[in-house]
Write a protein that binds this ligand. Sequence first.
Ligand code: SF4
Length: 371
Amino acid sequence: MNNDIFCIVPFLNFSSTNDGHPRLCCQASTWKDIDIKNLNIKDLWHSKKYNDIRNKFINGEWPDECNICKSRESKGIDSRRQDQLKIWNHLDFNKLINEPKIHYYDLRLGNTCNLKCIMCNPTNSSLWATESHLIEHLGSHNQHEGFTWADGKLLDSIMNNLQDVEVMYFSGGEPLLNKKHIGILDKLIESNLAHKISLEYDTNGTYINKIWMEKWKYFKNILIHLSIDGGKKVNEYVRYPVSYNKIINVIELLNNQPTIRTELQIALGAHNFHDLQSIIDLTKKYNLNVDNQYNISIVEFPKWMTIHNMTNTDKKYCINKYQKCSSRRVKSLLKTLKFTNNTPTQLQNYFKKLDTIRGLDHTNIFYWLYS
Ligand code: SF4
């Protein structure tokens, strides 16, 4: 076995997309030719498709599905593959290679969401479906049947195959809005498995309340990736129609729970790099972790929302302001900024459109777009 390429993930991880397709993990490409809704998890897990990938890793070959890890490693950047080898090293890899078992479920149970964040789309938020036809760059994102995959037989078969699970990871849409997610937690509690399972969430936080604490107390521990994209004004425009004060109340509630760890999750783009200080201040005030590189995701779509499309004045401001901050991730992003003649015209036009549709005024919130 070539340990420079071997990945343990296909031997222990099952991941679904929110529109009902499988993938090796959240960084692997999706098998769009497979509709998981009415499959049986055991058949899928032991299918030729999975076994072929496992054999590739055993033989020291990169599967096409894993180009993100391959490319990161070729540039000397840490990959998920390398992280996962360390995270799961308490397991017997030889045993897993002979008999792959699902220890980690990464389930995206649909696109139901109560927010329509400006960098999101109908594939990830059902609420966007009410407005997306008015926004040109969202034209290709449509609602389709795949989002109901969790109503099918696959989820029933997963519910009967939870005995080896150590981590359940839920993302969405907004996972706390999804009734199937509650059913899974109840099943784990009833089966007396909850105490050995860690739960992880990507959540917008709007549905977190004391009722969840009653369910979560049965589990080993909980990791919350709480989405926030700026101070009050910026966050409320970006993560429309969220209430910033409610999110602060949620952070305070979570901070009082001994088995819950909260990390802020930031989607960074041309619109909000300037306001990063508001989030750094929050992390200090509430003692939250923001230095793990996976806490910052980069807005990549549409292209004119990426950090590279900031004005030169704004790039200079961010470099001066944040080059001494403690986040390695932020520092490495600053190094990628190049001074070009880009103008944020498309972003400004998008905001003008959103202002008209939503009755807002972005100009005094994102003044740095006009600097
Ligand atoms: S190599 Fe990377 S992308 Fe492929 S399964 Fe492993 S962690 Fe996921």
